[in-house]
Design a protein. Structure first.
Ligand SMILES: Nc1ncnc2c1ncn2[C@@H]1O[C@H](COP(=O)(O)OP(=O)(O)OP(=O)(O)O)[C@@H](O)[C@H]1O
Length: 293
């Protein structure tokens, strides 16, 4: 069993002056860990840095007790990485490509390698099209192929960036089951915009915005402080909306508005049961109001 991942004081400023990571702190035990954040928060920068594809300006990354920044090859040996974009390899069938990558990961025994590849293809539902060129795969098939690629060699650290983008609901369920399976004895870091996926799958999560972690904990720990503080009300199209609502949800005949307040904020409001999405929006709002101007 791995001892987990500890990230401290991670900073990264790109050549164009954008500070994508501003002192990220993260402690991740084995299991499924969610990373949520808006567009441009720094999630992919963090994922690429953890996957040793780029170096931070400062900070440390310790995985399973060893320093991953000074021993990137050691980390790569136990890493499975599913990036946002998967490259395509003209003309090469999925099975051959997976076998080549398995060989690169040290699977030199041909029988073991073929068995592992067959199991992975089965896991991601690509056995029937294993001999088709990856470059001819649909977007969803390519995504599933990427998942198989990331799982070669039974990685102990699995980093997945927007894993279910482009998957239909049943494939996305299948993928969630695969992730939950491997999370039994690996650290699985799941970066996504889909809050519901994190709420259903992850025991713990962090919220990243503007290069900083602004909240961490279990979905329950993040939502329970909001109990009794959230209120919702329906507004018809054209009705004036209240000041600074937490969220405004579209509705066929108008809007459902969710407000945060210690007491009922006005007539027509009813108590609203907090969800992780509410906690996410509140964490972003509070971090915005604390940002130096
Ligand atoms: N190679 C790069 N060169 C310069 N700036 C970059 C580079 N990559 C990312 N950035 C900038 O760094 C910030 C963080 O980007 P990043 O892609 O890490 O965010 P993200 O949370 O993954 O966003 P999204 O959810 O939209 O994918 C953004 O302002 C982005 O424009």
């Amino acid at each position: 069993m791995t001892r987990g991942l500890v990230v401290s004081g991670l900073h990264k400023t790109y050549d164009n002056g954008v500070s994508a990571l501003k002192g990220v702190e993260l402690e991740v035990a084995p299991g499924l860990y969610g990373l949520l954040g808006p567009n441009g928060a720094g999630k992919s920068t963090l994922m690429r840095t953890l996957a040793t594809l780029q170096r931070p300006d400062s900070g440390s990354i310790v995985f399973d007790g060893f320093d991953a920044l000074s021993q990137p090859d050691k980390l790569r040996q136990c890493l499975g990485y599913l990036p946002q974009q998967i490259g395509s390899y003209p003309g090469v069938p999925a099975q051959s490509l997976l076998e080549r990558f398995a060989w690169l990961k040290g699977r030199t025994d041909g029988n073991l390698r073929r068995r592992e590849v067959a199991e992975l293809l089965e896991k991601v539902n690509l056995s029937d099209v294993a001999n088709r060129a990856v470059s001819e795969y649909s977007g969803g098939m390519l995504r599933r192929f990427g998942i198989a690629l990331a799982l070669i060699g039974q990685p102990k650290l699995v980093i997945v960036d927007e894993p279910t983008a482009g998957l239909d609901p049943s494939e996305s369920n299948r993928f969630h089951r695969v992730l939950a399976d491997i999370a039994d004895d690996a650290v699985v870091l799941l970066s996504t915009h889909i809050i519901e996926d994190v709420e259903n799958l992850c025991e713990r999560l962090s919220i990243l915005t503007s290069g900083r972690i602004v909240a961490s904990g279990s979905p329950h720990a993040l939502t329970s402080p909001l109990k009794g503080r959230l209120w919702s009300r329906f507004y018809a199209k054209g009705d004036p909306l209240p000041d600074s609502p937490l969220r405004v949800l579209a509705h066929p005949r108008g809007y459902r508005v969710i407000c945060e307040a210690p007491q009922v904020p006005g007539s027509g409001f009813e108590p609203h049961q907090p969800t992780l999405e509410d906690a996410y929006h509140l964490a972003l709002r509070e971090s915005n109001s604390e940002m130096p101007v």
